[in-house]
Design a protein. Structure first.
Length: 533
């Protein structure tokens, strides 16, 4: 008996050490990792039962103020930050007026906040991102700039001419048109082979598609603070456009043309609307993003408009030269998508790990038309190189989908991707806020891979997250947990109403903000509670 107890104690201590290291994970950017999969692979060892009551909820406000601040964003998380008041796990949340607030993850108290001077911009919904060096957190503000803050105290890094001649580029310009271009996407960060870390920020427009806006990506080399710009309209111009500037010089608005989309506008729109903005895929060593709205004419020599397309670039923001991306995918019905305002790029691409010998690099792209397209990242259009239309692997599935295959409405949330540890299969979970949450499994048994519908749950959801074998999504004032292989609900809790806010699950907790200026924390059961009591 004594030996049995000793063995049990050793097992507990061993498991405790493993759990402690697993629980030290961070959630550094929207969607957890560089691919924004939403899958926290480090999370282990808890159950979700009996946790419907919040550990805490707090009103979102700036440090030293009681005024509630609204947010339409998702927090990011950094553990073991040494602050003036002790070592803390911190949550960083961007509010709609551009304030960044650091909360203690243990009780929701405000540790610091910073609100850059803002002018000209409308509310932002983008998430912050934490530097892999764990020293800085980055956020977009309404002045059209990207800002860099110290994680421990919120002090902003400013331009500084040092004796050695280095000019720090912070804050970094993200747009010269903050009145018509919106920082709605989260900031993304990736470190490709070679050790250089890049920051990516995507821009789109405001509701109603008003004004002379163009979607573009700003790429910042965090070693040199130099930046590159890729414009989805007039991609042969490598700079931020000026408001109502000179066409094809410092702007791209060429006025009206005949029969080219809503209002006949050429060189406007084509925002990058996906919640994470830019995706980095390590196996292909490329970045990917999708555009919505805007003219597509890049299949014609001398034209550089990339509306309703998925684009691929090198990690440093360069393409194949002369303003062309490295590769591209554009649906063959691009004109209908543009004219019907059923954008392809209402989400970002979602990378699917694949074991298919002929198709090892895959992604899905969902849009406002409710379709889920399967794309071969090694030859995105099937025609070799950028500027072609068509070529998705599941051609025809959008026009006449199998039973249950269609998502059931406009897709704005970013899909989550999961590899089932039980059998190694790849899954994708696609939601459309309030109507449906669908589970798909990648079938690699045939000559061409296929995305096969498995289940639908009518609760819907914002962008899902998955950790420890549980799929989480929030919709209609409730955050829920699901069995990812069946869609059966295993957990739920009531919060405030939701729009773009999505959950993160890290260190045994679920954190989510709502539209009522509240930040919530739910603590899941401990690793030993049900096994040893």
């Amino acid at each position: 008996m004594r030996r049995t107890r000793l063995i049990r104690l050793l097992l507990i201590l061993s498991a405790s050490g493993a759990a402690s290291s697993a629980m030290a994970a961070d959630w550094l950017q929207f969607g957890y990792d560089q691919a924004h999969s939403g899958f926290n692979t480090a999370e282990r060892g808890y159950l979700v039962g009996n946790t419907s009551s919040a550990q805490w909820s707090v009103t979102i406000h700036a440090f030293g103020s009681a005024t509630a601040l609204s947010t339409n964003s998702t927090p990011v998380y950094l553990s073991n930050v040494v602050t003036a008041s002790g070592t803390k796990d911190l949550l960083f949340l961007v509010t709609q007026n551009g304030t960044i607030v650091a909360f203690s993850a243990s009780d929701g108290s405000v540790v610091w906040s910073n609100h850059p001077t803002a002018s000209g911009g409308s509310p932002t919904t983008g998430s912050a991102a934490i530097d892999p060096n764990r020293q800085f957190v980055y956020a977009y503000a309404l002045d059209g700039n990207l800002h860099k803050y110290q994680v421990d105290n919120g002090h902003e890094v400013q331009k500084d001419n040092t004796p050695v001649g280095k000019l720090d580029g912070w804050p970094e310009i993200a747009t010269k048109k903050p009145d018509v271009e919106k920082g709605a996407a989260g900031i993304a960060i990736a470190t490709p082979p070679g050790g250089v870390t890049y920051l990516y920020h995507a821009m789109n427009g405001y509701g109603g598609d008003g004004g002379d806006y163009q979607g573009h990506v700003t790429i910042v080399n965090l070693s040199t603070d130099n930046q590159t710009v890729f414009n989805a309209m007039c991609s042969n111009i490598f700079a931020h456009f000026s408001s109502n500037g000179t066409p094809r010089v410092d702007d791209c608005n060429l006025g009206t043309t005949t029969g080219s989309g809503p209002g006949g506008r050429d060189g406007q729109m084509s925002g990058i609307w996906g919640r994470p903005g830019v995706i980095y895929d390590a196996p292909t060593n490329r970045i990917y993003f999708a555009t919505g709205n805007g003219l597509f004419d890049a299949n014609t020599a001398g034209d550089y408009e990339w509306g309703d397309s998925v684009l691929s670039l090198h990690p440093d923001g360069t393409g194949s030269g002369m303003g062309m991306p490295y590769d591209s995918y554009t649906p063959s019905n691009f004109a209908g998508l543009y004219n019907g305002d059923t954008d392809l790029g209402s989400t970002a691409p979602a990378i699917l790990p694949s074991t298919h010998v002929s198709y090892p690099h895959l992604a899905i792209q969902s849009g406002k038309d409710g379709c889920v397209r399967l794309i071969n990242l090694d030859n995105m259009s099937g025609a070799g190189g950028p500027g072609h239309a068509g070529g998705e692997l599941n051609a025809g599935a959008c026009s006449s989908p199998p039973t249950g295959q269609a998502i059931g409405g406009t897709v704005f949330p970013q899909p989550a991707v999961w590899v089932n540890p039980a059998d190694g299969t790849t899954w994708a979970f696609v939601a459309n806020n309030s109507a449906k949450l669908n589970g798909y499994k990648l079938d690699v048994s045939g000559s061409v891979p296929a995305l096969v519908w498995q289940w639908t749950n009518t609760s819907g959801g914002t962008s899902p997250a998955i950790a420890n074998g549980v799929l989480f999504a929030g919709a209609n004032g409730i955050v829920r947990g699901f069995n990812p292989t069946t869609g059966a609900q295993v957990w739920s809790a009531s919060i405030g109403s939701l729009n773009w806010q999505t959950p993160i699950v890290v260190s045994g907790h679920l954190y989510i903000a709502d539209s009522n200026s509240k930040l919530w924390s739910f603590a899941f059961d401990g690793i030993f509670k049900h096994g040893y009591e």
